[in-house]
Design a protein around this ligand. Structure first.
Ligand code: GDP
Ligand code: MG
Length: 304
């Protein structure tokens, strides 16, 4: 069987179950920080790895804006943000009536030139599946979807069929990301990069590229985003530089990275930094693989 790999962008009204669906496909909870509209890579949410396929799932914030606020400029940006996307998946809460928000979301799909899926979610909330038909009719009046799937992202009902079909409709290709990783999202990448940037900036002369930063844990709680990251250096002396007198340098690096991240992500952040000596970390497969993923991500977003 050929390997399938591609991008699936998930859109829909708030509360339609997009996050639940993404988590269900990925197979674990992907921490989600409501991202301000930023670059393409900031929207990557999760990567689904299967033996014969890799699905890169992307969320699209801001789909709930009223149609009246829509101007030409915005539509062009929408169009651009959908460049390179293989499948656009519209998630709708089938348990509530079709409304203006659904109409607006549907307009996005109609402007998309690739394959489109209609995912009617929350079917666990009603017994009579015949209720779905009028709903499908409304959508089909204005757009011909490539596939239509009734599912429950919560119970998992219909999800295997959806996943199978998504994979079938993806193009053949090599995986964009290492397959043993990454159920991840770019805020995490951004956090690591920001810490690295501040560390290099503040310690300039002393340690140019001898450092790598990896995020160990990335947890979203009610009140804040808890990030634990490790700065890897190659020698004991470099560790001393990064930590600084009385820990002052590390504290400054952390504060600057945290402030910038907070303003970029619009979330309160608790950033915990550790420094570890790992001689020749460049030869360490586990680290290089993750850094490699970073590079791939950068390349991908440049291409798009
Ligand atoms: P999003 O705003 O589109 O990302 O929606 P969420 O994934 O955050 O889900 C919104 C609410 O709908 C949450 O309370 C979910 O638990 C619930 N939900 C999502 N999918 C389903 C489903 O299939 N069935 C039911 N009953 N609830 C669901
Ligand atoms: Mg969500």
């Amino acid at each position: 069987m050929p390997f399938k790999c591609g991008y699936v962008t998930v859109i829909g009204r708030p509360n339609s179950g997009k996050s639940t669906l993404v988590n269900a496909l990925v197979g674990r909870k992907v921490a989600i920080v409501s991202p301000k509209p930023q670059t393409t890579r900031l929207r990557i949410q999760g990567i689904v790895n299967r033996e014969n396929a890799q699905i890169v799932l992307t969320d699209t914030p801001g789909i709930h804006k009223p149609a009246s606020a829509l101007n030409q400029q915005m539509m062009e940006e929408v169009q651009q943000s959908l460049d390179g996307v293989d499948i656009l998946a519209l998630v709708a809460d089938a348990s509530v009536d079709f409304g203006a928000g659904d109409r607006y979301a549907l307009d996005w799909v109609r402007r998309f030139h690739g394959k489109s899926f209609l995912i009617l979610n929350k079917i666990d909330l009603f017994r009579d599946k015949r209720k779905l038909l009028p709903r499908i009719e409304i959508y089909s009046r204005d757009h011909t979807f490539t596939e239509i799937f009734p599912v429950s992202a919560l119970t998992g009902n219909g999800m295997p069929a959806l996943e199978k079909s998504l994979i079938e409709h993806l193009p053949e290709g090599v995986p964009f990301f290492p397959q043993d990783q990454f159920t991840d999202q770019p805020e995490r990448f951004l956090a690591a990069e920001l810490v690295r940037e501040k560390a290099i900036l503040k310690t300039r002369e002393e340690l140019p590229h001898a450092i790598a930063v990896l995020v160990d844990t990335y947890e979203e709680t009610e009140k804040l985003l808890h990030i634990r990251a490790t700065i890897y250096v190659e020698r004991e002396g470099q560790k001393g530089i990064v930590i600084g007198k009385g820990g002052l340098m590390l504290k400054q690096i952390g504060t600057e990275a945290r402030l910038e991240l907070e303003s970029m992500l619009g979330a309160k952040i608790f950033l915990e930094l550790y420094v570890k000596v790992l001689p020749n970390w460049r030869d360490n497969p586990a680290i290089v693989r993750q850094l490699d993923w970073h590079r791939q991500l950068e390349q991908l977003s440049e291409e798009r």
